[in-house]
Design a protein around this ligand. Structure first.
Ligand SMILES: *Cc1c(COP(=O)(O)O)cnc(C)c1O
Length: 349
């Protein structure tokens, strides 16, 4: 239904008219034979934009991340990651079932783990402990509220990891949000990482698709694992055509989503019982504590929904709202009014 104000995620964006026209007119071929000109062009453009050798289109970000884990890790090894991150929590334990690797989670402040924390968890090279094989970081950090990785720390981690001969993979599902918010290019933000996954299907607005980016050797291995997982697609240029528009034209639009998120956070912070620090809302995601409202998140979501707004809790006391291009400034103002009214005219639970 189009009349909902849907703040559940930036994955809910629908393809624009321009995307649909490009999809209709896309030149296609069989991508398993690497003969789809539209996908080949998308992959070349992604590699150029990230200033890397090669890129590979994958159906989902999860598949991209898990292919990277498979390539960088070994069965029986440990992968260091932040404990509330996507790879550890929302990818079906594929790290263990597909790669045979064990996640070694570390609690980060706002989703950020530092080298000082990581180094304590890098296992020594002794035959009777499982070796560390990989470090993964997430930028922006989804569950921490769209926070941006401090660039100096990300680079510090990569430098030290490389000295210790450990690769670092970036879950950059929303790296373009970080780029727009910091004014740094995605190439500069990601230069030191061994591999990067980013999503076209989040705030960039493509209906389907993510890309893996890295060296030619890495991407060649990734193509093999993508096929093994059943992700070798045929005339996938119909998706690539929308993805190209997402990649070439939509990044600058993300600043509007960021302004909307800031406005929403600033207004929600003034409502009784809601705890959020608007200064920490750096991109398009808000996570806020509603425990002092006396409502739990299922009840809060239900009352929002009765008034036309969709948003979910991430646990019993924290709601998440995500802005994107299908949410207008007017929708933001309506959401603020609705949240205000549901907190002031409370029906007893
Ligand atoms: C959305 C997301 C992914 C990938 O999700 P898919 O739904 O599999 O495309 C990976 N990492 C983060 C941080 C995400 O938000």
């Amino acid at each position: 239904m189009n009349s909902w104000i849907d703040l559940r995620s930036d994955t809910v964006t629908r393809p624009t008219r321009e995307m649909r026209e490009a999809m209709m007119n896309a030149e296609v071929g069989d991508d398993v034979y690497m003969e789809d000109p539209t996908i080949n062009h998308l992959q070349e453009r992604a590699a150029e934009i990230f200033e890397r050798e090669a890129a590979l289109f994958v159906p989902t970000g999860t598949m991209g991340n898990q292919i990277a884990v498979k390539i960088h890790s070994q069965s029986g090894s440990e992968v260091i990651l932040e404990e509330s991150g996507h790879i550890f929590n929302y990818e079906m334990a594929t790290m263990s079932s597909f790669s045979g690797a064990l996640g070694r989670p570390i609690r980060g402040e706002d989703g950020v783990i530092t080298w000082d924390q990581i180094k304590k968890h890098v296992r020594p090279n002794i035959y009777y402990v499982a070796p560390t094989s990989l470090i993964t970081l997430e930028n922006t950090h989804n569950m921490a509220g769209g926070t941006i990785y401090p660039q100096a720390e990300a680079e510090n981690i990569c430098d030290h990891a490389h000295e210790a001969r450990l690769p670092v993979h970036l879950d950059g599902a929303r790296i373009f949000n970080a780029s727009v918010a910091t004014g740094k290019s995605v190439a500069d933000l990601t230069r030191k990482f061994d591999s990067i996954m980013f999503c076209l299907s989040k705030g960039l607005g493509a209906p389907v698709g993510s890309l893996l980016v890295g060296s030619r050797a890495f991407i060649e291995k990734a193509r093999v694992y993508r096929k093994a997982l059943g992700g070798g697609m045929r005339q996938v240029g119909v998706l690539g055509a929308a993805g190209l528009i997402a990649l070439e034209k939509h990044p600058p639009k993300l600043s509007v989503d960021h302004a909307h998120a800031k406005r929403l956070a600033t207004a929600l912070a003034t409502l009784p019982g809601i705890k959020i620090n608007p200064a920490k809302v750096q991109t398009n995601i808000l996570v806020f504590d509603i425990s002092a409202t006396g409502l739990d998140t299922p009840e809060f979501s239900k009352r929002l929904k009765e008034r036309g707004v969709l948003a979910n809790g991430i646990d019993a006391t924290h709601m998440r709202m995500v802005t994107h291009y299908d949410v207008s400034r007017d929708d933001i103002e309506k959401t603020i009014q609705i949240a205000g009214s549901l907190l002031t005219q409370r029906t007893p639970a």
